[in-house]
Design a binder for this molecule. Structure first.
Ligand SMILES: Cc1cc2nc3c(=O)[nH]c(=O)nc-3n(C[C@H](O)[C@H](O)[C@H](O)COP(=O)(O)OP(=O)(O)OC[C@H]3O[C@@H](n4cnc5c(N)ncnc54)[C@H](O)[C@@H]3O)c2cc1C
Length: 382
């Protein structure tokens, strides 16, 4: 079937897209059902990502990365997500909300120590912001840190941390004192082997099965002074800037699922064509095209160094909504076969349903968009 992919400018993104597509077709698609059923991404898939240099995407070669820009990352995540949403999210979290903030906020010594191994795929990156009582309102987090002579000590519980079991490095956000508000929060790079650190639960989920969603406990975990990422007190800035980039990644993953759902739907309608089904196909196509355009715009702006947080929020909102809507219409056209638990259409809907929640819910994207769009600087002539 001809792919519904855009004609791309001849930049590096096309080469990365081809490489990711080749890995997805060879390694991911054949295992997608097993990844969902067994709730595990096999090591051979992780090895294929590593050997393809995908863990180093967006990281300069000077730090053992593979180079590549935001458009390359978006293309790779979309291709992987067409095969398995869990595999794409594993890479998205590693690249966008762990490696990228270390590159952006770290010192050269921190890049040497923490980024270089991540870029080689020697460890998978994770991001621990959410807590049992702090989700959308991340600033209300309760994990505490204290300064001591040899560095810092961290104490608290992180919830829904992706890649938590296999992580080689986790960004942990903690406050010196909740009374200090935003300014009390700092970011730390924590290697999971540190004494006092444990994965207390691996959470069973509706969708994105295979992605390790975990609860982490930090019981007075000691970390050295160089674990502090960015200035002390700038942790929320680190988190929010990571999430703004991360949303392009999550939007790309949702786009890949939307595309897989569209293709599945076309197959189903071709096998049993009826006029009402064509209406659903038409709607799905326009939803897919809108999502694709927004993801491309956000990634292009980021690559051009232009402000891209508004476009990233819009892309995340629209792509995750498109994935849910197209996957749901896919069930409509498939009928009863579509809701059998291991049907591809059912898996796509379960996976799609998680995207409106991760890295900021749809309602939070609407709040962000409202704030950005009503800023007088945004449309100065109106
Ligand atoms: C599969 C998965 C993987 C995840 N991975 C990570 C990870 O790696 N690292 C990490 O830190 N977190 C991770 N998360 C957590 C995710 O970012 C949070 O679930 C998300 O931010 C929402 O927080 P919450 O679940 O506590 O919902 P809540 O904040 O409790 O929100 C519940 C509902 O209320 C709405 N709501 C909340 N506040 C407002 C408001 N002000 N206005 C309007 N509506 C509002 C929300 O939109 C939502 O519908 C993951 C979550 C999932 C499901």
């Amino acid at each position: 079937m001809t792919r519904i992919v855009p004609a791309e400018l001849p930049n590096g993104a096309s080469a990365w897209r081809s490489k990711a597509r080749e890995i997805a077709v060879r390694e991911v698609v054949p295992l997608a059902a097993a990844i969902d059923r067994e709730d595990r991404v096999p090591e051979r898939v992780v090895s294929a990502l590593r050997e393809g240099g995908l863990f180093g995407l967006g990281i300069p070669r000077a730090w053992d990365g593979s180079g590549g820009d935001a458009r390359s990352i978006a293309a790779v995540l979309e291709e992987l997500a067409r095969g398995s949403a869990a595999v794409a999210v594993l890479l998205a979290v590693h690249l966008s909300v762990c490696a990228s903030p270390i590159l952006e906020w770290g010192t050269d010594a921190q890049r040497e120590k923490y980024l270089r191994p991540l870029a080689r795929g020697g460890g998978i990156g994770a991001f621990g912001l959410t807590e049992p009582n702090a989700g959308s309102d991340a600033a209300s987090l309760a994990t505490r840190y204290a300064r001591e002579a040899s560095g810092f000590r961290l104490r608290g519980t992180k919830m829904f941390t992706s890649n938590g079991v296999s992580a080689g490095a986790i960004l942990v956000f903690a406050t010196r004192d909740p009374a200090l508000g935003h300014g009390g929060i700092s970011a730390f790079i924590v290697p999971p082997g540190t004494p006092g650190f444990s994965v207390s639960q691996r959470l069973d989920k509706l969708g994105l099965r295979g992605s390790e969603t975990t609860e982490l406990v930090l019981e007075n975990v000691p970390v050295p002074p160089d674990a502090l990422l960015g200035p002390e007190g700038a942790g929320l800035k680190v988190a929010l800037s990571a999430l703004a980039g991360g949303r392009i990644g999550i939007a790309s993953c949702a786009l890949g699922v939307a595309e897989a759902a569209f293709e599945e739907m076309l197959r189903s309608v071709r096998a049993n064509d009826e006029p009402w089904k064509r209406t659903l196909v038409a709607r799905a196509f326009t939803d897919l095209a809108s999502a694709r355009a927004l993801v491309a715009t956000a990634a292009e702006r980021r690559d051009a160094g232009a402000p891209s947080a508004t476009e990233a929020s819009a892309a995340k909102l629209v792509a995750s909504r498109a994935a849910v809507s197209i996957a749901s219409s896919g069930i409509d056209v498939a009928g009863a076969e579509g809701v059998r638990s291991h049907a591809v259409a059912a898996r796509l809907l379960r996976d799609a349903r998680v995207f409106p929640i991760v890295e900021g819910t749809t309602e939070i994207q609407e709040l962000i968009l409202g704030r950005h769009l009503l800023d007088p600087a945004r449309f100065p002539n109106i």
